[in-house]
Ligand binder design. Sequence first.
Ligand SMILES: CC(C)(COP(=O)(O)OP(=O)(O)OC[C@H]1O[C@@H](n2cnc3c(N)ncnc32)[C@H](O)[C@@H]1OP(=O)(O)O)[C@@H](O)C(=O)NCCC(=O)NCCS
Length: 136
Amino acid sequence: MTPPRTTSDEFPCERVPAMRNVMMPRDTNALGTIFGGVILSQIDLAAAVEAHKYWSGRLVTVAMDKIEFKHPVWVGDLVSCYTETTRIGRTSLTVKVDVWAERRFGREGEVHVTEASVTMVAVDDDFRPAPIPKPE
Ligand SMILES: CC(C)(COP(=O)(O)OP(=O)(O)OC[C@H]1O[C@@H](n2cnc3c(N)ncnc32)[C@H](O)[C@@H]1OP(=O)(O)O)[C@@H](O)C(=O)NCCC(=O)NCCS
């Protein structure tokens, strides 16, 4: 059964995330919050997990739209990336990724950290764009 769609302001508690990770001390920046690059890496991986539903071969990331971090992420937060394929082109597809952090260790609630639109290209063994089969 497909879980109900949610808006970006609504914690998607019934959806299965493409990626889920507990943030660790190794993920912090000099201020003690989670380094933005760690979240970007999660977004990239989550988009690839989603994109591989349509193409099992090599995928490369060609573009990510503007990303705004709306809340800090703390050590111990459970960070989940929820994905949805929003466009399938000839050789590329676009995945929307919503990132949520569930607070732990005395902080409570869930915050919508950011969202991103990631475009990935299917490539062949020579890293040239390859046509993605049309979904049934
Ligand atoms: C991705 C890559 C193979 C595309 O090569 P290219 O010669 O531009 O290929 P094309 O012009 O045929 O475009 C291929 C597809 O990518 C899309 N695309 C290309 N540049 C894009 C961009 N900046 N934003 C969104 N889509 C883009 C095209 O629209 C096309 O999609 P479609 O077939 O669904 O219409 C090439 O740019 C590349 O290898 N980039 C590096 C990728 C990488 O290494 N990423 C990891 C980060 S280092």
